[in-house]
Ligand binder design. Sequence first.
Ligand code: PLP
Length: 366
Amino acid sequence: MTPSLPLRPELQGLEPYGAPQLDVPVLLNVNENPYAPSDGVVADVARAVAEATRGLNRYPDRDFLDLRRDLATYLARESGVTVAPEGIWAANGSNEVMLHLLQAFGGPGRTALSFAPTYSMYPEYARDTSTAWVTAQRAEDFTLDVDRAVAAVAEHAPSVVLLASPNNPTGTALAPAAGEAVLAAAARVPGGCVVVVDEAYGEFRREGTPSALELLADHPHLAVSRTMSKAFGLAGARLGYLAAAPALVDALRVVRLPYHLSAVTQAVARAALAHSDELMAQVGSLRAERDATVTWLRERGLTVAETDANFVLFGMFDDRHAVWQGLLDRGVLIREVGPDGWLRVSIGTPAEMTAFQDALVEVAGL
Ligand SMILES: *Cc1c(COP(=O)(O)O)cnc(C)c1O
């Protein structure tokens, strides 16, 4: 008899998650930074990796305090908010940071709550940690409906609330008053509730849009996660992190695998962080390109969601798949994601955005 594999029932028949990785000239589908690291960054990263390699016979620094100090310094410069290094946590992408959060604060018999439409990985973290998953709907314009959000927290009594700001795939930033209302509702959940604000696209927020980092000092049940994958242009390095009260971080230290962050990853991240000025300048031009793309789409009569991210959700198309396919046929890969009728385009270089616009004019007859 052929032995069967004891796959968990909830995993049976599932496919691994992931956007298509297709080989086409213009890749605008996974919100990457279109600019490769500069020669200066490449040289410093290579030097740092060579240095780290000399010590690879030893396990890495398990608590990576040097990296946490550098990340705290960066956050202070980027947002003006001071966080102690002990209030920083990092892992292999913010995907792993989020998994640590669910491992520590979710689990069997507990619930994670989010607001749809939102990031499609969230239900996977819940599933993989045997945490029940529930969503409430965002408002028509994709902002958080405060009354509905507060009611959903009271109804479901989640131990974790996941809130992306700017939200993926809509680009919507969380209004500070909405964030505070959810935090207040979470504080009333019996047994406690951690609110995670996922600021993977935080650096792209528009002038006047505050970061949830500003709420940290008053809210020990808040975690604000960030990543080097998007603004920093280091998606391939896999470094995500969060800021929170040190007591919350200490809980994550319990569930992480020992030595989860390799010495090479730590060295790469620190070398890149030393170049954050250069990065901030580049983020400025991507935001300008984003705003220009929004204007261009609106001028052509399309509906565009307000966006504080490095991508734009636009529509409405009766047959969005045909538009997506038409763009792909012209060498432009975007993402078919979000509510029906909408498409999402990541912000690329000016040349890539021109290619996108030219293709869209042809395909959609704008
Ligand atoms: C891209 C993205 C992330 C980042 O994931 P990494 O693991 O850090 O690459 C996190 N959250 C959202 C909503 C994202 O879109």
